[in-house]
Design a binder for this molecule. Structure first.
Ligand SMILES: Cc1cc2nc3c(=O)[nH]c(=O)nc-3n(C[C@H](O)[C@H](O)[C@H](O)COP(=O)(O)OP(=O)(O)OC[C@H]3O[C@@H](n4cnc5c(N)ncnc54)[C@H](O)[C@@H]3O)c2cc1C
Length: 386
């Protein structure tokens, strides 16, 4: 077992950290306050080639692996930034690479790699289905050579900042399938070509996330927009869901490290009762516990990413890494809040923004209750609760 990063991985960390240093806490605070998409940051990351990390070199990408990609996103969040603005392009890639047609790859991947197209939007969640994805109602009906899609999505993020949308729809009604995950299909939608068939209504949230409700009215897609086999969309989605869990875990590890560093520095400097507050174990221990939790979560993230890169099953590890890292980041956020006292609530100190951002990942892209349910039922063999 080797816990050393390669020289290439060390260089990825160094280079991404250097790029992120140009976009400090003030940049991210300003985007958050204006609810603005961090356009300049995303452009810079794209031009530097980091967002095409997972696109194979033959299509103009960097041809890196999941572990490399996870380090890139970790560094973004570790710097005080928020990789949410650009992470979808990495996790959606897994489904396209594994299940997309040669024609889809040739048509889109070089343009995504060059930054001409953005694939940053992923439409799965629906108001009536929630965490129960098989119950989605958005329906794609095949008519001649076209699919006609109607339905509704909720919390579809970055729609206004993306050229492409990866969309999950039913192609066989729920009550006509043997297995509830059958009969779902995945589509690659060119947003501009969809014209007025998709209406996006922004949802105001406590995070700068650009999320939307989508109303889909007779969206016409050619057969070629289907990713993988019709009816097997859930299976195609799984590779992207594992990628998403690993990448989100990495962002949370970055958040956790940012909180621990920030709290440590503040606890060393802030003096009350004529001594640094960091001398009090009531302040030290929450920071130390959070550090332990973040480091442990990192090990599971590394294992999940290594399995993913080896093409081995990694669902268990990806889910556990997502759980451990998001809980560790939350613990670290709480420790930072305790350490900063009243200043934690002020925008000037940035902790409250990172705290809101870190909280999201306990709920999205999958609620941690559902991860525990997966572990209990699929890994431990406990009776199914649903
Ligand atoms: C800011 C933001 C951005 C998002 N971006 C996207 C996106 O880009 N694309 C996309 O498709 N989705 C996106 N989502 C949706 C997100 O993935 C869902 O909110 C999440 O999966 C939970 O679904 P839900 O909100 O419908 O909660 P529900 O399914 O209604 O669950 C509510 C609560 O009940 C709990 N619960 C439900 N069932 C069980 C059970 N059986 N056992 C135990 N607990 C249970 C859950 O853990 C949760 O805490 C986003 C959400 C947010 C808030």
């Amino acid at each position: 077992m080797n816990f050393e990063f390669s020289d290439g991985q060390k260089e990825i960390r160094r280079a991404v950290a250097a790029l992120c240093a140009r976009f400090g806490n003030e940049y991210w605070r300003s985007c958050d306050e204006r609810n603005a998409y961090p356009d300049e940051f995303v452009k810079t990351m794209t031009e530097a080639g980091w967002l095409s990390a997972l696109i194979p070199q033959e299509y103009g990408g960097a041809g890196l692996g999941m572990l490399d990609a996870s380090l890139i996103l970790e560094e973004v969040n570790r710097s005080g930034g928020n990789a949410v603005a650009c992470h979808a392009q990495m996790y959606t890639m897994a489904a396209i690479l594994k299940h997309g047609s040669v024609e889809q790859k040739q048509r889109y991947l070089p343009r995504i790699a060059s930054g001409e197209l953005r694939l940053q939007s992923f439409g799965v969640t629906e108001p009536d289905a929630g965490s129960e994805t098989p119950k989605i109602k958005t329906f794609a009906r095949l008519e001649g050579d076209n699919y006609i899609i109607n339905g509704q999505k909720i919390f579809t993020s970055r729609y206004q900042h993306s050229d492409m949308l990866l969309l999950l729809a039913r192609t066989t009604p729920f009550d006509q399938v043997k297995k509830k995950t059958d009969g779902l299909s995945l589509f690659l939608v060119n947003i501009k070509e969809s014209g007025s068939a998709i209406k996006a209504v922004p949802i105001a949230t406590m995070v700068n996330h650009g999320t939307n409700q989508l109303f889909i009215d007779n969206l016409v897609l050619p057969r070629e927009a289907l990713v993988g086999e019709e009816g097997k969309g859930f299976f195609c989605l799984l590779s992207s869901l594992n990628a998403e869990r690993i990448l989100v875990a990495s962002e949370s590890i970055g958040d956790g490290r940012w909180f621990v560093d920030y709290a440590t520095q503040y606890a060393n400097q802030r003096r009350v009762f004529d001594r640094p507050i960091g001398m009090n174990q009531g302040v030290q221990f929450p920071i130390a516990k959070a550090h332990v939790a973040v480091e442990a979560a990192d090990l599971m993230r590394l294992k999940a990413a290594a399995l993913f890169d080896a093409g081995l099953p990694c669902g268990a590890e990806a889910n556990m890494a997502k759980y451990l890292a998001t809980e560790a980041a939350w613990e670290a956020g709480e420790a930072a809040m305790v350490t900063l006292g009243g200043y934690g609530f002020t925008k000037e100190y940035h902790v409250e923004r990172k705290w809101r951002e870190a909280r999201l990942y306990r709920t999205a892209p999958i609620a941690n209750n559902l991860v525990l349910s997966y572990v209990a039922e699929h890994l431990l063999g406990l009776p199914r609760s649903y």
